[in-house]
Ligand binder design. Structure first.
Ligand code: GCU
Length: 443
């Protein structure tokens, strides 16, 4: 079987190449070159390999972690540096020269329901490179009497795609062409306004007392494999460096780093409750929100929507998308060290439950979809289950379930999980759970 038929069911071949298939994802406007080699993608629970997961509460020296201070002081830093070095890659800190500029502001957007702001986060260029602008869109409940809690998440197709609001500045950034959604010759057109709005129920969110903050992920790093020549990476190359070293950041770490830069701005905005920012993302951007939460503890709550392989799903299960497959289709997402584990999941000294454990004791929501087998719903659930001992150690309830819940049932306390009906997507049902979860933990 060739790769394209397994591409979470929504890929369409665009063009046949001599050595591979160029395929476009109908859901997220990805294009990937799928090598024409036989792929064994497993969807059979009976064929999941036997594996033993490493214990998040045993240090590299084999010492049991039994106190919150040993977790915080020893084990958490160990796990963070392991995942940094072996998987996502090391990112720079917050740059010294960064500027925020409020580009527009309205107090009666969306028929008076919202305050809307557009803010640019400007990152200085270097002698060799131009700077980078991250355009941030903010909607806040117009009638809020206190600083608002917000949901922050990157979007796939420009800020103007999340809501059909003619006053949102149309993105000028490079985008994957998608004429169906109004993206022509890599540029957004007026026709693309609101094209992603089903995933962003802005009005409902505002009515529940939350704000929405978003930016286009391609502003931070365009999502294609160019050896990290565009986006934020070149801003940090040293001397004659041309590409990140094998332990340095890939694109997911860059997107997560960009979320932290937006967070830097949010901390300065008095209309926003800087201690009540929930970071969320779908699919590759769910992997990104998890890593943002792991690397930046200012995020109060973290949401992974269908994040799958490299996100919440356990890699050692090798069910659906595998490490080799993700590293081949998207060589720019993780750091080069991660390719060592292609077809060698058994050698991983960690698994994705470590990523969830890094969020402890903060609330985390992991969401799956029944038809999204590519993302391995059970593997997503289990990473929550195996992170639970860390939450317990830190005095939180985590998640008690040990078996997958019924479809459309939300279970767990500080670690919450659901698998809903339907496909790989973000739906109103998902948002309803996220807002209930935020009400429970942040209000
Ligand atoms: C592909 C990829 C997944 C990713 C998804 C998305 O399906 O294989 O790992 O989550 O794209 O981001 O939509």
């Amino acid at each position: 079987m060739w790769g394209v038929s397994y591409y979470h069911g929504v890929m369409q071949p665009i063009q046949l190449l001599q050595r591979g298939v160029l395929a476009g994802c109908l859901l997220c406007s990805t294009v990937a070159v799928l090598k024409a080699q036989p792929l064994v993608i497993n969807y059979d629970e009976a064929k999941v390999p036997r594996f033993t997961l490493p214990d998040p509460l045993t240090t590299q020296d084999g010492i049991q972690v039994t106190t919150p201070s040993a977790w915080k002081g020893i084990r958490r830093p160990e796990i963070l540096s392991l995942l940094t070095r072996e998987m996502f890659g090391e990112a720079p800190g917050s740059p010294e020269s960064m500027q925020f500029k409020v580009e527009s502001e309205s107090v009666d957007a969306l028929d008076g329901l919202a305050r809307r702001k557009e803010v640019t986060v400007h990152l200085e260029g270097t002698a060799d490179t131009a700077g980078v602008d991250i355009d941030v869109l903010i909607y806040l409940p117009a009638k809020a009497e206190k600083p608002s809690p917000v949901f922050l998440g990157l979007n796939f197709a420009g800020n103007h795609s999340i809501q059909n609001d003619p006053d949102i500045t149309l993105s000028k950034s490079w985008m994957r062409s998608n004429p169906q959604n109004g993206i022509v010759d890599h540029q957004a057109t007026e026709a693309s306004r609101g094209s992603g709005s089903s995933r962003w129920p802005v009005e409902t969110i505002l009515k529940r007392g939350y704000g929405v903050v978003t930016a286009y992920y391609g502003d931070i790093d365009p999502d294609f494999d160019d050896g990290w020549q565009n986006g934020v990476h070149p801003l940090f190359y040293r001397d004659s460096q041309k590409t990140p070293e094998s332990h340095q950041w890939g694109s997911i770490a860059a997107w997560a780093w960009g979320l932290s830069r937006i967070m830097d701005y949010l901390q300065t905005d008095h209309d926003i409750a800087g201690n009540k920012v929930s970071v969320l993302g779908h699919s590759r951007l769910g992997k990104t929100s998890l890593w943002a939460g792991a690397t930046d503890e200012r995020f109060a709550l973290v949401i992974s929507n269908n994040s799958g392989c490299g996100g919440a799903a356990l890699s050692k299960r090798a069910y659906g998308e595998t490490i080799r497959r993700i590293n081949s289709s998207f060589p720019h997402w993780f750091c080069d060290n991660f390719t060592y584990y292609n077809d060698r999941e058994h050698l991983l000294p960690f698994d994705q439950h470590y990523l969830i454990a890094l969020l402890a004791p903060r609330p985390v929501y992991i969401a799956s979809a029944q038809e999204d087998r590519w993302a391995d719903p059970k593997g997503e659930f289990l990473s929550g289950v195996y992170a639970d001992p860390v939450y317990r150690l830190l005095g939180k309830k985590g998640i008690s379930a040990r078996e997958m819940p019924e479809i459309n049932e939300s279970v767990g306390d500080t670690i919450r999980y659901h698998i809903r009906t339907g496909k790989h997507d973000v739906t109103d049902f998902d948002w309803e759970q996220y807002m209930n979860f935020a009400d429970q933990h942040l209000k």
